[in-house]
Design a protein around this ligand. Sequence first.
Ligand code: NDP
Ligand code: TDO
Length: 286
Amino acid sequence: MRVLVFGQTGQVAQELARRLPAGMTAEFLGRDRADLSDPAACAAAVRASHADAVINAAAWTAVDKAETDEAAAHVVNAAAPAAMAQECAALGLPFLHVSTDYVFDGAGTLAFRPDDATDPQNAYGRTKRAGEVAINDSGARALILRTSWVVSAHGANFVKTMLRLGASRDSLNVVADQIGAPTPAAAIADALFTAARAMANGQAGGVYHFAGAPDISWADFARAIMAGAGLGCAINDIPTSDYPTPAKRPLNSRLDCSAFERDFGVARPDWQAGLSDILYELGGAA
Ligand SMILES: NC(=O)C1=CN([C@@H]2O[C@H](COP(=O)(O)OP(=O)(O)OC[C@H]3O[C@@H](n4cnc5c(N)ncnc54)[C@H](OP(=O)(O)O)[C@@H]3O)[C@@H](O)[C@H]2O)C=CC1
Ligand SMILES: Cc1cn([C@H]2C[C@H](O)[C@@H](COP(=O)(O)OP(=O)(O)O[C@H]3O[C@@H](C)C(=O)[C@@H](O)[C@H]3O)O2)c(=O)[nH]c1=O
């Protein structure tokens, strides 16, 4: 089975490259070969690929920067995936796309289900939701996999930020009222491959949630990172109001992942094991 992947340098794309299952080959398109600012070029890349399935692992993920450049983020996160999905529909190829907890408003304390109403609170979330809608409208047999708080040993993420700051500070203030689930990029890659294979064998797509377990606050996650890395940096719990950012973040990012486990047989990954692997890979484990 041959898979075309948009993305090469990102967290999920790098784990897809490292975790390619036996019997699958993959072609990875970095920005140099497929710039998502050019949706027509993305469609042409799908057309030229002769792939059995297409995975989009590239996105505008700079949440705060999207606030001041929403139009450009929209092209990358909505228009380009729409073009990919339309081409997949024309060719009859399964299309797999990664989306985010930030499509929800973050109200309440219950885990969001895939068919719950969306109401993004920031520009990044709006562009990602627009991508979901366009993919659904494309007619492609598509899987939209919403995940949250992606972490890995590469790229930019909360684990690496905490390690960097924790190495030079005695204490850090971290928000304790935003609850969600860290998700190892490696587990997302495995989940995407499982779904790609199932869809190539005829299984339907849909909107699904897939995030690590258990749910936790950013502050408690920061404490787990410091402890795992053997850093003495203390974490002070603060409310979101004490950590102003250009983009508003949802307070409740819990995702109900039961449908993905039911339909694709993949359970929520244990982020604590994933964190240990990441710290080991970075050479920072205690
Ligand atoms: N990171 C997170 O916490 C979360 C991510 N997601 C979603 O998961 C998916 C994967 O995210 P993740 O692996 O963390 O992403 P990263 O932030 O690690 O990387 C983003 C990737 O997208 C590429 N990219 C950005 N703009 C363009 C462009 N114009 N043309 C081509 N490539 C581009 C980047 O390439 P380059 O290096 O050239 O800039 C990079 O490879 C995305 O859909 C994201 O929305 C969902 C929830 C949480
Ligand atoms: C660095 C730092 C962050 N924070 C807060 C800010 C924010 O609310 C939270 C996490 O910070 P980040 O900058 O990693 O958050 P952010 O970039 O918003 O992370 C999001 O990225 C996008 C792509 C997604 O799709 C989401 O699932 C989510 O992972 O921690 C502190 O409270 N103290 C700190 O010292």
